[in-house]
Each structure stands twice: as structure tokens, then as C-alpha cells.
Design a protein around this ligand. Structure first.
Ligand SMILES: NC(=O)c1ccc[n+]([C@@H]2O[C@H](COP(=O)([O-])OP(=O)(O)OC[C@H]3O[C@@H](n4cnc5c(N)ncnc54)[C@H](OP(=O)(O)O)[C@@H]3O)[C@@H](O)[C@H]2O)c1
Length: 286
């Protein structure tokens, strides 16, 4: 299965007939506004077709500008690029929340819709999460988003939705060998929820790991490519971020080698649970 993956591979999304998500994404967290456009353009030229932004990143408009210009220049359909954004907190009323969601769609400004809108964190509590989900459903019924999902949701937050027959299409969580979130992944697999992996190269924190370097040397690739390939072979959708053109290219150059069972076993053994996370990890919050 993994050998057949290419830069063009996609995964089907639950519930939205025919909707597909490109398997490799491009993250733009902490990409400064005056750099994002250039980085997203470089990513699109490299072959990425999936960009991950958020209201919190304050670069939704720059992502949209780059995608729009590149589609125009290369005569590519906007439908061929998958753009995600996210919302953190509900506003006072559902209408105000909906207005905030519509504003994001307007900022992205790509034919009046985004491909994916996620609840960024579960931290607004059961009522807040329900409020956000209802608003996202409304945006969906307006045709302004193709698919809706969640991020940083732990087992109980996912179960809350599943119990209401509202299974999200996506859960975006921190995943890499040091933080594998196995119970969440298991539940996602059971319900066909696509798992997007953020911090897939752990922000460089384990660049000097001896086992990773050994595997990299064996396959004549970089440590970062080993971690991204692990993510792909686990069936996740990794979202590496870079504003460095050479890294944007190498982070997408993942299809000329394959990790063998022994490599995968070595990496699988590195799990440190929540201790291994590098981002604030609210999967256990109320
Ligand atoms: N939903 C959430 O709560 C959440 C949280 C965190 C992240 N995310 C998403 O996931 C994306 C990725 O996570 P992240 O940005 O936190 O971490 P990451 O992708 O693991 O690491 C990004 C960092 O690594 C550097 N880097 C990138 N490629 C490299 C390479 N080949 N060699 C060496 N260094 C490299 C980048 O620097 P340069 O840019 O300088 O190259 C940047 O500092 C985000 O951009 C965002 O879209 C979501």
C-alpha cells in the first residue's frame, strides 16, 4: 500500500461524497504574513496540493492569494488545491460564530469556499464544542466548506460527536514517533476519520536521534524525510511547515524510498506518550 503512495495520492473523506484530501499537506503556522505567499507558491510549484492554515495563524488571506495566483498562472482548477482553516473559540451567539467562519472563507477568497474547516481545539468545553460544530454544519449547508472536522480532539471529545451521529471527517493532532496518540488513532481508524499529523518533524527536536540518523543513512535521505515517510506509512496526513525553499522541496521528496519493517519497528518504539509532545496538547481537557 505504502509503496504506491505518490505526491498526488489522496484519501477519501467521510460523508462528503467524492471529497478527497491530498495525503501530504503544507503547514503555515508561524509563517509570517510577508513570507507565507512565497512559501505557499513554492509549495504549489513543488507539487503540494494541500495547505493548512487557521484563523489563529493570521495568514488565511496570504494562503488564498498564493493559491489564486498560482491557479491562474498554471491554468489549474481551484478544485485541485485543498485549503484548510480552523476556528478556536465560539462567539456569544451562533450567528456571530457563523459570521467569523464566513469571514475566514472571504479572507481565503477562493471561489467562495474552503475545502476543510476544523474546530482548532476542544478547549471550549462540551457546550462550546457543540456550538462550534453546529455553526460549522450551517456553513457546510451554505456550501462554503466541503468538509468539516476537528483538531486536538481526544477520545472523549470524539466520542461526544460520534454518540450524536456527527462523526467528523478529520482529526488533526500532534503525531510523530515520540507522541503517537494510539487510543485516539485507534478510534479514528474505527470510524474512518482521517488523521492529520501536525509537528510531523517534531520542529527539529529529534534531528540528532541516532536511530533516525542511522535509518536516514541507510536510505540516503535526511532525518526529516525519515519522519515524514514514517507518518505516510502509518496512514496519516503529515503537514510539515517550512519557509525555506530547499526544505519545502525535500519535505515533499518522500516517494523514492520506503521504510522497512525494522525501521518502522525502531520508530514505533520511541513513543513517550504526552511527554513526547512539543506543542500544547489539549486532548485530555474537559
Ligand atoms: N492544530 C493544531 O493545533 C496545530 C498545532 C501545531 C501545528 N499545526 C499545523 O501543523 C503544521 C506543522 O507543525 P509545526 O510547524 O508546528 O512543526 P513541524 O512541521 O514539525 O516543524 C516546523 C519547523 O521545522 C523547520 N523545518 C521544516 N522542514 C525542515 C527540514 N527539512 N529540516 C530541518 N528543519 C525543518 C521549520 O523551519 P523553517 O520554516 O525555517 O524551514 C520550522 O521551524 C503547522 O504549520 C500547522 O499547519 C497544527
Amino acid at each position: 500500500m505504502s509503496t504506491k503512495l505518490t505526491l498526488q495520492s489522496t484519501y477519501p473523506l467521510l460523508g462528503d461524497a467524492g471529497a478527497e484530501m491530498p495525503v501530504l499537506g503544507f503547514g503555515v503556522y508561524k509563517s509570517p504574513q510577508d513570507v507565507t505567499e512565497r512559501s505557499v507558491t513554492t509549495a504549489l510549484k513543488t507539487g503540494y496540493r494541500h495547505i493548512d492554515s487557521a484563523q489563529y495563524y493570521e495568514n488565511e488571506a496570504q494562503v488564498g492569494n498564493a493559491v489564486r495566483a498560482w491557479c491562474l498562472e498554471t491554468h489549474t482548477s481551484r478544485r485541485d488545491v485543498f485549503v484548510t482553516t480552523k476556528i478556536i473559540f465560539p462567539a456569544k451567539t451562533k450567528e456571530e460564530t457563523l459570521e467569523s467562519l464566513r469571514e475566514s472563507v472571504q479572507k481565503v477568497n477562493l471561489d467562495g469556499y474552503v475545502d476543510c474547516f476544523l474546530i482548532h481545539t476542544p478547549t471550549s468545553g462540551p457546550e462550546g464544542r457543540k456550538h462550534l460544530w453546529e455553526a460549522l454544519k450551517e456553513l457546510h449547508s451554505e456550501g462554503k466548506v466541503v468538509t468539516i472536522g476537528v483538531s486536538n480532539f481526544g477520545v472523549k471529545h470524539l466520542q461526544e460527536l460520534i454518540d450524536r451521529n456527527e462523526t467528523p471527517a478529520v482529526n488533526q493532532i500532534e503525531i510523530h514517533p515520540w507522541c503517537q496518540q494510539r487510543p485516539i488513532v485507534e478510534l479514528c481508524k474505527k470510524h474512518k476519520i482521517v488523521v492529520q499529523a501536525y509537528c510531523p518533524i517534531v520542529r527539529g527536536e529529534h534531528a540528532d536521534d541516532a536511530d533516525v540518523l542511522k535509518i536516514a543513512e541507510k536510505h540516503k535521505v535526511d532525518w526529516s524525510q525519515v519522519l515524514l515517510r514514517w507518518s505516510l506509512q502509518k496512514g496519516y496526513v503529515p503537514l510539515p511547515k517550512s519557509d525555506t525553499p530547499s526544505r519545502i522541496a525535500s519535505n515533499a521528496d518522500l516517494y523514492g524510498f520506503e521504510l522497512d519493517d525494522e525501521d518502522m519497528k525502531t520508530l514505533d518504539a520511541k513513543d513517550q506518550g504526552a511527554k513526547g509532545a512539543v506543542a500544547p496538547n489539549p486532548v485530555d481537557c474537559e
